[in-house]
Design a protein around this ligand. Structure first.
Ligand SMILES: [Zn+2]
Length: 265
């Protein structure tokens, strides 16, 4: 078809060495993805916005929230927006941290919703509690959105498995090969060794991102005498991790203190 040769010619012009089968599909020409204070996916007359940080301009079919980190959700901008899709845990994080209650449709890994003929399926992202990846199925084209994700399992989360999609839009914070870390198992063991060596005569202070590392450290060290910064403790309790004591004064020797690297998670 004309379309077909047009795509081929276009690819040639751009000096593409690799021509995926998909690039020959005419559907791709009607697909757009761009960043506008959130990832915007447009396909034919449909529009989905992911992790919108500003008040979304209408029309759109749905707003998806991948997880509760502040660079992915700004609840103040979403008052009155509908439909919003997110996990119950993400809604809890927004309620506890930001004191905001958004009207939303609940999604868990495995949830499939159809909105205006678009099937939206949620998957476990493995990043923080409540984090989701999504696949948007437009019937003739499936778009995967990873959100922040982790393929390796941790003490609280399973790793993200692959997404069944034709095109994947991937977060790439750790895409640089400089960021290759030891396995979780190695890190957990190293941490426990440090703790056991240093709690004999003192306390151990662990600092990390309150939302994410705060819960992982709490779960990992739940059988140790842990004291947790109030902000993290409140969040942990709401997320079902009711371990440790609230940090107020300096605890007795042999304690582990879990605290954040920033004031609010
Ligand atoms: Zn994140």
């Amino acid at each position: 078809s004309t379309h077909y040769s047009h795509v081929k010619r276009d690819l040639h012009k751009r000096d593409c060495f690799y021509m995926p089968k998909l690039a020959l599909k005419t559907e791709v020409q009607e697909f757009r993805a761009y960043y506008d204070n959130g990832i915007v996916i447009e396909y034919k007359s449909k529009k989905i916005i992911i992790d919108s940080l500003k008040r979304p301009t209408k029309p759109y079919d749905a707003i998806l929230i991948t997880h509760g980190h502040k660079d992915h959700v700004n609840p103040k901008a979403l008052h009155g927006a509908y439909p919003i899709i997110m996990s119950e845990e993400t809604a809890t994080i927004i309620r506890i941290r930001d004191n905001e209650r958004l009207r939303y449709i609940k999604a868990n890994p495995g949830t499939k919703l159809t909105i205006n003929d678009i099937t939206i399926e949620a998957f476990n992202a493995g990043h923080i509690i409540g984090s989701l990846s999504y696949v948007l199925d437009f019937k003739d084209l499936r778009i995967g959105i990873t959100g922040d994700f982790n393929v390796e399992s941790s003490i609280i989360l399973n790793g993200n498995k692959s997404l069944p999609a034709d095109i994947i839009i991937m977060e790439a914070t750790y895409g640089d090969p400089d960021y290759v870390f030891p396995s979780r198992k190695t890190i957990y063991n190293e941490l426990k060794t440090i703790i056991e060596n240093n709690t004999k005569s003192g306390n151990v202070l662990l600092m990390g991102q309150p939302l994410g590392r705060g819960q992982e450290l709490t779960a990992l060290l739940k059988d140790y005498p842990i004291y947790i910064e109030p902000n993290i403790k409140i969040l942990n309790n709401a997320l079902g991790l009711k371990y440790g004591k609230v940090l107020s004064d300096l605890p007795e020797t042999g304690s582990i203190i879990i605290t954040g690297t920033q004031k609010t998670p």
